[in-house]
Design a protein around this ligand. Structure first.
Ligand code: HEM
Ligand code: MYR
Length: 417
């Protein structure tokens, strides 16, 4: 025997999702007093859920699959065709192992060294300028860092175009009209360019070192022993470059958090690294970024007396789980200290997805993100002086992804020697 899942009325509720943005699922979980409900999104029946138990269910390998789950507009901009995000089972695990092989401590240290240098070079340039738009400047320095780390050669005069294209890919999946199409064109351009690099690696015109993403995916073979086609290599190399540039959003929120909570600065300055870690975790928990992830029911099953039917599109609420009052005390307060007692769980704190890295779809770049954020926080705190003039630092809870409206203008920049 099973009960019916609480149901949102209406022929299609995409408009409600757009109107309520990051809080759409959380609002309904509260109203229906249920961690799961059914609705219609983009003309199709969809289940939405959030909270610890829902996360455990969502990452159960026999219950959900990714094949056919991501909407076309997301594949055409953010993910790419045949990307790891859309693959299941043994093929997924095989590809994920390659991603995770790039995340060794040595390789993460190499990334941090490159980043440190890029922060200095960029800041030296900013010292000469009247003001900078922090979001755009951080994008550029992260793009340079990402390319060097990934073994992707990029000329100085190609850098701005590449940065803008990678940004368009992650800013456009939920956009409408020209802003969405900008993302599609950007993806087509960058995929073509990276695929040409793959050919150059294969005929030895360029030789990236073995610990780079370009080398790793160019030389990777599928489970049948055949080399990955150059288009798929390009998609996966972009799956390293694009999200590193997207960390610019978290770094903008880090600077905003420092500005809005000046008392935190003192705790950070007299810190041995532990508080910085808690601070970064709280930035990733508190601010809106990746709203939810989608999958399809793999086969019929019953959960908590609710029937999940094969193929039903299912949304897991990342933002809402990170703001779930059953998990977090006063979830809408920015309070880094909460992480001092936090035991760690793959199903409760999920800004970059949950579950297991290799077996499941949890973000391959979570450690990269944390390391880049820590290094950047250190630079902002200890090596950079700046002023934040009057501006609109608010951010939307409905634009996806959300970015402080002014993109943070900084003035009077000086490197502290
Ligand atoms: C997957 C968020 C940075 C590479 C994901 C997922 C989320 C996410 C929510 C999907 C989890 C799921 O489907 O269950 C973020 C956010 C980032 C970030 C908010 C901050 C900028 C990175 C970085 C990299 C990266 C820096 C690479 C260096 C990937 C890859 C996947 C992924 C390859 C696909 C994993 C799979 O399907 O198995 N990320 N990510 N991400 N992320 Fe990230
Ligand atoms: C990345 O580039 O992979 C990391 C950051 C991406 C943020 C994109 C936010 C928009 C997500 C749209 C909804 C996706 C539904 C599956």
């Amino acid at each position: 025997m099973s009960n019916t899942i609480p149901h949102e009325e209406g022929m299609d509720n995409t408009l409600n999702l757009l109107k309520e943005g990051y809080r759409y699922i959380l609002n309904r979980r509260r109203n229906y007093n249920s961690n799961v409900f059914e609705t219609r999104i983009l003309g199709k029946k969809a289940i939405c859920m959030g909270g610890k138990e829902a996360v455990e269910l969502f990452y159960h390998l026999e219950k959900f699959k990714r094949e056919g789950a991501a909407p076309n507009r997301v594949k055409q901009t953010l993910f790419g065709k045949k990307a790891i995000q859309t693959v299941d089972g043994a093929n997924h695990q095989h590809r994920k192992e390659k991603f995770m092989s790039l995340m060794s401590p040595d390789n993460l240290n190499r990334l941090k060294r490159i980043l440190k240098q890029e922060w200095r070079t960029a800041a030296k340039h900013w010292e000469q300028l009247e003001q900078i738009i922090f979001y755009e400047e951080v994008q550029k320095l992260l793009c340079k860092t990402a390319c060097e780390w990934a073994g992707v050669p990029v000329a100085e005069d190609e850098l701005e175009r590449l940065t803008n294209d990678l940004v368009a890919m992650y800013e456009s999946p939920a956009a409408i009209g020209p802003n969405h199409w900008k993302g599609r064109h950007a993806r087509n351009r960058v995929e073509k360019w990276v695929a040409e690099l793959v050919e150059k690696v294969r005929n030895e015109q360029i030789q990236p070192s073995e610990n780079t993403a370009l080398y790793t995916f160019t030389s990777m073979r599928n489970l049948d022993g055949v080399l990955l086609d150059k288009e798929t290599v390009a998609v996966e190399v972009i799956n390293i470059l694009r999200p590193i540039v997207a960390i610019s959003i978290f770094i903008n929120f880090t600077l905003l958090a420092l500005h809005n909570h000046p008392e935190e600065r003192e705790k950070l300055v007299s810190d041995d690294g532990k508080y910085a870690h808690m601070f970064i975790q709280e930035v990733r928990r508190y601010y809106p970024f990746f709203p939810f992830v989608v999958a399809r029911v793999k086969q019929d099953f019953i959960w908590n007396n609710y029937k999940f039917e094969e193929n039903t599109l299912t949304f897991l609420d990342l933002y809402g789980t990170n703001h779930d009052p059953e998990i977090w005390d006063k979830p809408d307060l920015f309070h880094p200290q909460r992480f001092s007692e936090w035991k760690g769980s793959p199903f409760e704190f999920i800004p970059q997805g949950g579950g297991d890295y290799v077996m499941g779809h949890r973000c391959a770049g979570e450690w990269v993100t944390i390391e880049i954020m820590k290094e950047s926080l250190d630079f902002l705190l200890n090596s950079l002086e700046y002023e934040i003039p009057e501006q609109d630092l608010s951010y939307s809870m409905t634009s996806i992804p959300s970015i402080p409206h002014s993109k943070i203008v900084l003035k009077m920049i000086k490197i502290r020697e």
